[in-house]
Ligand binder design. Structure first.
Ligand SMILES: CC(C)(COP(=O)(O)OP(=O)(O)OC[C@H]1O[C@@H](n2cnc3c(N)ncnc32)[C@H](O)[C@@H]1OP(=O)(O)O)[C@@H](O)C(=O)NCCC(=O)NCCS
Length: 161
C-alpha cells in the first residue's frame, strides 16, 4: 500500500465524509441510505467496525462491517477512484479479516451489485466466492451476488459448540 496512507478506526467526525463517499462511490443510482446519521450510529455501535484509509489530506477509502455471533457482514467498502490499484482496498479488507479472525468468526458474507465486475474481481482475488444471485436486492432496481469467504472451513465451523 502507498506508505502515506494509514488504516485506522473511524472517528465521529469522519461520518460525513464516509456518507458522501458511500453516496458517490457505492450507492450511485440508488436512494442514498448511508447518510451521516446512519454512519455515525454505526461508528458508535458496539457490534460494528468502521475503518478508514487516511492520507495526510483526506480519506482515501473506508469500510463498514457488522459482527454477528459466527459470521460478519461486510456492508460497505470503497476507495476513491484516483487512489485505486494501490492496495488500499486490500489493506482495508485485510484489517477487517484479521479482526474477524481474532474474534473467532467463521465466515464473512457480503452482497455486491451483479454488474460490478471490478468489485467481484477484487473479492475473488481475496478468496470470496459467489453463492447466489439475489434479484432486486438493491431497492428492487438491481440484482446482487451474495459472496462468502470462509475464515474457518465450514466442516470445522459446524462442529464448534
Ligand atoms: C473494489 C475497490 C474497493 C478496490 O479497491 P482498490 O484499492 O483499487 O483495490 P486494490 O488495489 O487493493 O486491489 C487488490 C486486487 O483486487 C483486484 N482488483 C482491484 N481492482 C481491479 C480492477 N479494476 N480490475 C480487476 N481486478 C481488480 C486485483 O486482483 C488487485 O490486485 P493487483 O492490483 O495486484 O492486480 C475499488 O475499486 C472501489 O472502491 N470500487 C467502488 C466501490 C465498490 O464497488 N465497492 C465494493 C462493493 S461495496
Amino acid at each position: 500500500m502507498d506508505p502515506s496512507i494509514e488504516i485506522s478506526v473511524a472517528r465521529r467526525r469522519d461520518a460525513k465524509a464516509i456518507a458522501e463517499m458511500s453516496r458517490d462511490l457505492i450507492e450511485n443510482g440508488l436512494n442514498w441510505s448511508w447518510r451521516r446519521k446512519r454512519v455515525l450510529d454505526t461508528i458508535l455501535h458496539p457490534d460494528c467496525v468502521v475503518i478508514v484509509a487516511r492520507t495526510r489530506l483526506k480519506l482515501a477509502g473506508f469500510a463498514v462491517m457488522e459482527f454477528h455471533e459466527t459470521h460478519c457482514h461486510l456492508n460497505l467498502l470503497a476507495v476513491r477512484p484516483e487512489l485505486r490499484r494501490r492496495a488500499t482496498g486490500h489493506a482495508l479488507l485485510k484489517w477487517l479479516e484479521e479482526s474477524a479472525q481474532v474474534a473467532g468468526i467463521a465466515r464473512i458474507n457480503l452482497e455486491v451489485r451483479s454488474t460490478n465486475k471490478i468489485a467481484i474481481s477484487f473479492y475473488e482475488a481475496h478468496g470470496y466466492e459467489v453463492q447466489t444471485k439475489i434479484r432486486g436486492y438493491y431497492q428492487g432496481k438491481e440484482s446482487a451476488y451474495s459472496m462468502v469467504h470462509h475464515l474457518i472451513a465450514p466442516e470445522i465451523a459446524e462442529q464448534r459448540p
